[in-house]
Design a protein around this ligand. Structure first.
Ligand code: PDD
Length: 282
């Protein structure tokens, strides 16, 4: 079951006009919210990032936080899996094609749910391969925009190279992955690029930094140089669906000893414990 403009319906019945600006221009924003045991994880934070994205594209929020929560919970109820990944998107709506904002139209609001597939035991034990390349995206990567062509092309580069993710560098510094945030470990210190216009402020990124602090793991939020990235003892990738995933190779070379390291093990354990404690309290 999906949600479209106020109605819940089977996916097959959903119709979007071809002139929707999401289709024509990629003129919209989105969120991906993980749902564990039917409880949306960090919902408030996802909704506040959604507001930031809407502000960034100058589109009014069609719903209050309470209305979003009600709709998301209903969608989760209508779908079978206990663990789901809720995708929501808002586009500027349907209008004759013209780049400038049309007047007096309603936004299109769409939500769907997929089974949440978190990293397999094998992925957690072996880690994933990555490649690196120049970050050629625009300068508002803090907006979670549906216009994802650069990210699509960057992720496909990884797939073509037999890797899981592409790590991006801008002016000699790490930004993020094509669809994830990236952390490096140097001298036992967790290094995280600062949240600015060059990366998406990940909800999982924030959780990982909070967990590092709570377990006494040294963490520095600062620019991470290309040299630090390539000489890191560990690299980690985070996102709502990938949680905390170890990276064990970069551009065909092993990261550290080529195995998931101790910082990953600690953060992974802390993430799982935290996730379950939040769900128990919900
Ligand atoms: N992507 N950076 C980019 C470019 C992303 O697309 C994502 C997530 C993240 C991680 O953010 P979060 O921890 O809030 O999921 C960072 C989602 C999952 C997607 O597009 O499917």
């Amino acid at each position: 079951m999906i949600y479209l403009n106020g109605n819940f319906m089977p996916m097959e019945e959903a119709r979007i006009p071809v002139l929707d600006r999401g289709f024509i221009f990629g003129d919209g924003v989105y969120e991906v919210i993980p749902v564990y045991s039917r409880h949306p994880f960090r919902l408030e934070e996802h909704l506040s990032r959604l507001q930031h994205s809407l502000d960034g594209i100058r589109l009014d929020n069609p719903h209050s936080a309470g209305e979003w929560e009600e709709r998301i919970r209903r969608l989760v109820e209508l779908n079978e899996p206990e663990d789901q990944s809720v995708y929501l998107q808002i586009t500027r709506g349907v209008a004759k094609r013209d780049h400038a904002f049309p007047k007096g139209i309603e936004p299109t609001v769409f939500m769907m749910s997929n089974p949440l597939v978190t990293p397999s035991r094998e992925t957690l034990e072996k880690g994933v391969a990555t490649i690196s390349t120049a970050d050629n995206r625009w300068l508002r990567c803090d907006i979670k925009a549906t216009s994802l062509l650069p990210n699509v092309l960057l992720r496909q580069m990884a797939v073509d190279a037999g890797a899981a993710e592409t790590i991006l560098l801008r002016d000699g510094f790490l930004t993020e992955g094509a669809a994830s945030n990236i952390f490096a470990v140097k001298n036992g210190i967790l290094l995280a690029p600062p949240k600015d216009n060059l990366m998406l402020p990940g909800i999982t990124y924030d959780v990982v930094i909070e967990l590092a602090q709570s377990i006494g793991l040294p963490c520095e939020v600062r620019q991470v140089s290309e040299n630090e990235l390539f000489s890191a003892s560990e690299l980690l990738l985070t996102s709502s669906t990938k949680e905390v995933t170890p990276i064990t190779s970069l551009d065909g070379k092993p990261v550290g000893n080529g195995k998931p390291g101790p910082v990953f093990e600690k953060l992974h354990a802390a993430y799982q414990t935290f996730k379950h404690s939040v769900m128990r309290r919900a």
